[in-house]
Each structure stands twice: as structure tokens, then as C-alpha cells.
Design a protein around this ligand. Structure first.
Ligand code: NAD
Length: 460
């Protein structure tokens, strides 16, 4: 199935997380020769054994299919022979003060500077989400390390931010809306155009099990300077985060005045200037990106004595939104202590096992603090949850029926498709009280009320 790529490039991708692994697998599928490097031995051992270390639809199969073009290693130096492109895709988490922690990116830049040799002058590509000025910082670090070795070579640094969504990472990588390249030299732009040519020209057939999105044509190829590319990534995430907070703010008002936020969202979304996506009221955003990236841009703006008032409000609205379900539970149950609450879903959104900044965690902490017994079921995130949050006293269940037994209330946290085929009448029969809080507005009130449930959505 691998594409026959006449313009094959040799690529090293550093970081085998959601971005690095997905990019590795997709570029290997498009016919490039990829080595994906991660410092975590467990991850590399598992990938070498053909086992995906994250959950992404289609990833496990594609990983095995592209074996011929994809190697994994913990050792950067071994992968560096004749490499054309080095992509940095390591994590850039938040520091306590909100600033982005670029230490992993800087460490990788040092390692690259220690390895570069006269036969190898790759384009170094920053795909991690990084603060403005980071392409230059990477360049300075690499240059300094070379100078320490008494060397002076040509190398190139470009910024190429990533816009994939977890849960749709392969589709977003193969069928992006745009590819952004920030560089100060034409060589980098030409090499990256060659790297992405199969995507820019859509010359490949979709991998088995992956469908080309309807009406998809080709992505825009946006070239700019590194600073603008770095800001594009933050501006995109800030805008989407504001859109979610905007509809959630109107959801609160809708509840007060008796409007239905789903209809309001539909009514405004059909306006092409607004668009329907990211207008779903619920528990707000979570995940590895929106929270940390909005904080990072706020922090960065403050360093330039600039205040981002819209964004600050969006962050506040989002935080409060997580506790809307708690208010609803308290209103119905009156006393939470002693109640059993079942959570449907833990991941921050469907089709992923990612729990970073997931609303479920804040809600669990609050429920435990208020004295509730907490049960949870998630189709894929349970194992990761138990590993990452051993301190949280939650009974993990194997299915919706086991979850519902003896519950006083169920709270839908993640709108997994499999919840749409649950027999809620049967579920209601197992519960102590039939209370359903739909934190994602996945269902219709009438369907639940006819089964004897007290149902509450968000903003309806
Ligand atoms: P991740 O935490 O899933 O993966 C990062 C990987 O980098 C880890 O496996 C870690 O072991 C590895 N790593 C760290 N330091 C290393 C080093 N010195 N050498 C080798 N490997 C090292 O992160 P992610 O979600 O893939 O995100 C990566 C970057 O992409 C971040 O900057 C993020 O903001 C950005 N991004 C993420 C998404 C997303 O949806 N996850 C989308 C767009 C952009």
C-alpha cells in the first residue's frame, strides 16, 4: 500500500507522541524513509514490536503496514546519516506560571548540534508548538554547539506548526486544510514542499480504513517567516478556544431565558462567516493543546506588556464550565455525600485516550471532595487513567451496565459514539435514582424522560 515516491526524502522525527508518531506513520505511507526517535525506551520497544503506544483511529494498522519505510530508535546519532529533514515533535508542556516549557526542544537542538557533520546539512523543522522566536533559538543553540566543536556548517531551520486533532490525527495529517512553513530561506521551503508534495498534490490513495473527507480538494501551502508561522499556531488554537467558550457563555444565558443552545448554534453556524464547527456547548475544551497554548500566549503577551482580554475571558469561561455539571448535580441530588455518581467517558474528547487537562479529572476531584462514590467507564482511556491518576479513588467499570449499577446519577463526560446505542431503559433499571446529566448534549431530553429519567443537558 505504501506510495512509490520518486522524490523520497530521508527524515528523522524526534518525539513519538501523538504528533511525532502520527507524522512518522503518514510520511512513511507517502513513501519517505522515516526514523522516529524517542528517548523513552518503553515507547520505542513497543513500537518496534508493532504496538502503537497511543490510541488513534487507524494508527495501529497503518503502523504495521508501513514497516518497510519506518524505523524506531532511541539513538539520534544512528539515524542521522544522509538525513534531509529533521522534525522536532517533542512535548512543550506548561510551566506553573503558564509559560511554555521549551526545555525538551532545546535539549533536542543541543543534541542535533552535537551530531551535525559536514556531510549532513538537513532542514531542521520545528513542529512542536513553540513560543515566538523559537526557530531562531534552535538555530542559535545548534550553531553554538557546532562552534564548541570548532565547526561551522550550513544548516537550515524552519517552523512548520502542526494542526492535527487527536482522534482524527491520521485524517488531519493526510488531508489538512493548510500546511504552514515559516522560513527565511528558499531551500527550506523547497525541501518541505517536496516532503509534503503527495499531500499538496493529493497523489496518493487513502490507506485502507481511512476515507478522504467529502469535498476535500488540496490544502493551501502557506509560506511565511518563522515568527508568523509560530504565531499562526497560537492564533488558531486561541480562536477555536474562544469559539467554544463563546457558545458555552451563550449556553448559560440560554438556560436562564429558556432558549435551546443547540438551535442557537445551528442558527448562527449556517452563516458562513461563523461556521458550524467548534460551536458545541458542553463541558468546554480540554486536552493537551488548548489549555497550555492559551496560557502560553497569555504569558508571552504579558512579556511584551500586551494584554489579551478576549483570550483571558475565554479561559475563565472554560474553567467555570467544567463545574456546571456539579451545580446541576447538587441542584437535583441536594446532598452529594453518600451518592454514587457514574461517569460516562474520561477522555477529553471521543476517539482518544488522552487525559491531559481533561474536564473529567476536575469533576472527579470535586465529587470525591464532596463525599461521592465515583465510578467510571471509558471505551479506551481507563488503562491510561489508572496509570496516570492512581491517587484518585474511582471504580473503573468494563461497560455502561456495570457502571450504572446502584448509581444515583450518570454524567456524560465524553460523547463516544458507542453511547448512542446504549439501552437506557435497561440502564435506568439498574440505577438507584434515574438522573442523567448530559455534559455534551448528546441526547434528547424527551427520550430520557420517557424512560423515567430526570435529564439535564447544557444550555437547553
Ligand atoms: P507527547 O507528549 O504525546 O509526545 C512527546 C514525545 O517526545 C514523548 O514521547 C517524549 O518521550 C518525547 N521526547 C521528549 N523529549 C525528548 C528528547 N529529548 N528526545 C527524544 N524524545 C523526546 O506530545 P504531543 O501531543 O505529540 O505534542 C508534541 C508537540 O506538538 C507539542 O508541542 C504540542 O503542543 C504540539 N501539538 C500537539 C497536538 C496534539 O493534538 N497532541 C496537535 C498539534 C500540535
Amino acid at each position: 500500500v505504501i506510495a512509490n515516491n520518486q522524490a523520497q526524502l530521508k527524515v528523522v522525527i524526534i518525539g513519538a507522541g501523538y504528533v511525532g508518531l502520527t507524522t512518522s506513520v503518514c510520511l512513511a505511507y507517502l513513501g519517505h524513509k522515516i526514523t522516529c526517535v524517542d528517548r523513552n525506551h518503553k515507547i520505542i520497544d513497543s513500537l518496534n514490536a508493532g504496538e502503537a503506544t497511543i490510541y488513534e483511529p487507524g494508527l495501529q494498522k497503518l503502523l504495521r503496514d508501513v514497516k518497510r519505510n519506518l524505523a524506531f530508535s532511541t539513538c539520534l546519532i544512528d539515524a542521522f546519516d544522509d538525513v534531509d529533514v529533521v522534525i522536532i515533535a517533542v512535548g512543550t508542556p506548561s510551566k506553573i506560571n503558564g509559560d511554555a516549557d521549551l526545555s525538551a526542544v532545546e535539549k533536542v537542538a543541543e543534541e542535533i548540534g552535537d551530531i551535525l557533520n559536514k556531510d549532513c546539512q538537513p532542514v531542521i523543522v520545528n513542529k512542536s508548538t513553540v513560543l515566538i522566536g523559537s526557530a531562531r533559538r534552535v538555530e542559535t543553540i545548534v550553531k553554538t554547539r557546532l562552534e564548541r566543536r570548532g565547526l561551522k556548517y550550513n544548516f537550515f531551520v524552519a517552523s512548520n506548526p502542526e494542526f492535527l486533532r487527536e482522534g482524527a490525527a491520521i485524517i488531519d495529517t493526510l488531508y489538512p486544510d493548510r500546511i504552514v512553513v515559516g522560513a527565511n530561506d528558499t531551500h527550506s521551503i523547497n525541501v518541505l514542499r517536496q516532503l509534503y508534495a503527495p499531500i499538496l498534490e493529493q497523489t496518493f490513495t487513502p490507506p485502507p480504513g481511512i476515507s478522504r473527507p467529502m469535498a476535500y480538494e488540496v490544502p493551501a501551502f502557506i509560506t511565511t517567516n518563522p515568527t508568523s508561522a509560530e504565531l499562526i499556531k497560537y492564533a488558531a488554537n486561541a480562536f477555536l478556544a474562544m469559539k467554544v467558550s463563546f457558545i458555552n457563555e451563550f449556553a448559560g444565558l440560554s438556560e436562564k431565558v429558556g432558549a435551546d443552545i443547540k438551535d442557537v448554534a445551528r442558527g448562527i453556524g449556517f452563516d458562513k462567516r461563523i461556521g458550524t464547527r467548534y460551536l458545541e456547548a458542553g463541558l468546554g475544551w480540554g486536552g493537551s493543546c488548548f489549555g497550555k497554548d492559551t496560557k502560553a500566549i497569555m504569558y508571552m503577551a504579558s512579556q511584551y506588556s500586551y494584554s489579551m482580554d478576549l483570550l483571558q475571558a475565554a479561559i475563565k469561561v472554560n474553567y467555570c464550565q467544567r463545574f456546571v455539571v456539579m451545580e446541576k448535580l447538587q441542584m437535583i441530588l441536594k446532598v452529594i455525600r453518600g451518592c454514587t455518581v457514574g461517569l460516562l467517558g474520561l477522555a477529553f474528547k471521543p476517539n482518544t485516550d488522552d487525559l491531559r487537562d481533561a474536564p473529567s479529572i476536575n469533576i472527579i476531584e470535586k465529587l470525591i471532595e464532596l463525599g461521592a462514590r465515583v465510578k467510571a467507564y471509558d471505551p479506551v482511556a481507563l488503562i491510561r487513567f489508572q496509570r496516570q491518576f492512581p491517587e484518585l479513588d474511582v471504580e473503573c467499570c468494563n461497560g455502561v451496565l456495570e457502571l450504572s449499577r446502584d448509581c444515583d446519577a450518570l454524567v456524560l463526560i465524553t460523547d463516544w459514539l458507542e453511547f448512542s446505542s446504549v439501552d437506557w431503559e435497561k440502564v435506568g433499571g439498574l440505577m438507584r435514582q434515574k438522573i442523567f446529566i448530559d455534559g455534551r448534549n448528546m441526547f434528547n431530553k424527551d427520550d430520557f424522560e420517557k424512560n423515567g429519567f430526570t435529564y439535564q443537558g447544557v444550555g437547553r
